[in-house]
Design a protein around this ligand. Structure first.
Ligand code: AMP
Length: 395
């Protein structure tokens, strides 16, 4: 069975084609700068070197046409006919309260995704364009929408409500939704499988640390709490996003003459590691600057760790203890300095770092010492595979 996974952004379309019998990737790539100057098509067939082409692509329909052409190309393609694709899984950013799990796409679902666009105006509309482009080129092939927010819908009101007037929740749907749900779900189940934990009972902290970062407290496959909020701006310190700040800061900025758009740019694009270090949003640059004694970079790194520890401590308590803490995302999978700084502080929970294991670049690896009460492990995320699996299960 072949499943195509599509992640359509405002000017990009990422794709992965899976053969589900072996859960293997046949090809993947992206089309970027859609509708902008010099759109680029990067295509990587398993076993070959990636190729790059500049094509004139003005919208998602054009991107889908180019992709279909490539998929069935006699020389570079991976299928003989588009009819070999049995399902298409779409990443959709916001499912609001309406979508608590992946769903087969029909007109009602598309209307629902459109309604949720009020909560994700930059993401849901292009997600929908990707869905409609697929409908044009793969008529009759079932599409499945997999929502970034869905896994977190198991949160209870005490976790998802803000202490604001209830009217705002009722009228404007203002509450915590959480994001990276597909990644948290994949890492939770893969981590349980790898560590031999019962996913119906396990208590796990999943740290998805990348340019965007979030942590989730998960018990028995249900999210008790997660650090992102109504938007992906909340919570941990990120590459350029501030994470948690006093809402009064926003008021103060506006009262001091900053426009709403300027505040938006400050909080989303000029804060986080970038804003505090003044050097870079990239953890590799921060670590290098720390080693060369840059004190602003060191403060950015320390703030990143401090914030994480505050969440880890709170979530450990909410879970009533935990069997595992799992690291994923570009930083979680690769930055041994981050993992060391965190795990050194987790001795209080019975977690002791295995320095050697932590330094190796590994896929699925335990990095705490044998006998640790709280086991620490690296579990690389695979959102595309999770989407493909959910699509396959639904059809
Ligand atoms: P992501 O958004 O998941 O792709 O993660 C991107 C982040 O991972 C960036 O901050 C990178 O600096 C970080 N990253 C990737 N490789 C490494 C590495 N070897 N050491 C430290 N950070 C890394």
């Amino acid at each position: 069975m072949k499943v195509l996974v599509i992640n359509a952004g405002s000017s990009s379309l990422k794709f992965t084609m899976f053969s589900m019998s072996k859960q293997s990737v046949l090809c993947k790539g992206l089309i970027e700068r859609i509708g902008l100057k010099s759109p680029r098509f990067v295509y990587h067939r398993q076993g070959d070197s990636p190729t790059e082409e500049l094509l004139n692509i003005v919208n998602h329909n054009g991107a889908m046409q180019a992709l279909c052409h490539k998929l069935i190309d006699p020389e570079h393609g991976v299928i003989k006919s588009l009819s070999e694709v049995e399902a298409i899984g779409h990443r959709v950013v916001h499912g609001g309260e309406r979508f608590t799990k992946a769903v087969k796409i029909d007109q009602t679902v598309k209307d629902g995704i459109r309604q949720c666009a009020a909560l994700a105006p930059l993401h849901n509309p292009p997600n929908l364009e990707g869905i409609e482009a697929c409908e044009n080129f793969f008529p009759g092939v079932p599409g499945v929408a997999v929502f970034d927010t869905a896994f977190h819908q198991s949160m209870q009101p005490e976790a998802y409500l803000y202490a604001l007037p209830r009217d705002l929740y009722k009228k404007l749907s203002i509450r915590k939704y959480g994001f990276h749900g597909t990644s948290h779900k994949y890492v939770y189940y893969e981590g349980c499988r790898f560590l031999g934990l019962d996913p119906k009972k396990a208590r796990v902290l999943v740290c998805h640390l990348g340019n965007g970062s979030s942590i989730a407290a998960i018990e028995g496959g249900k999210v008790l709490d997660t650090s992102m909020g109504m938007t992906p701006l909340m919570g941990l310190v990120m590459g350029t996003r501030c994470g948690a700040v006093d809402a009064g800061v926003v008021l103060h900025l506006i009262k001091n003459g900053y426009t709403v758009d300027e505040v938006d740019v400050i909080l989303n694009k000029k804060s986080g590691l970038q804003g505090v270090s003044g050097i870079s949003s990239d953890m590799r640059d921060i670590e290098a600057a720390c080693l060369s004694g840059n004190s602003d970079a060191q403060e950015a790194f320390d703030l990143f760790i401090h914030r994480l520890l505050v969440y880890i401590g709170g979530y450990y308590l909410l879970l009533g203890g935990a069997e595992a803490i799992l690291f994923t995302g570009g930083i979680g999978e690769n930055s041994h300095a981050t993992r060391k700084a965190l795990i050194d502080a987790l001795a209080v929970y019975g977690c002791e770092l295995d320095e050697e294991a932590n330094k190796k670049r590994q896929v699925n690896a335990i990095i705490s010492k044998p006998g640790s009460k709280l086991v620490a492990a690296i579990i690389p995320t695979n959102e595309e595979l999770m989407i493909a699996q959910e699509a396959m299960e639904l059809i």
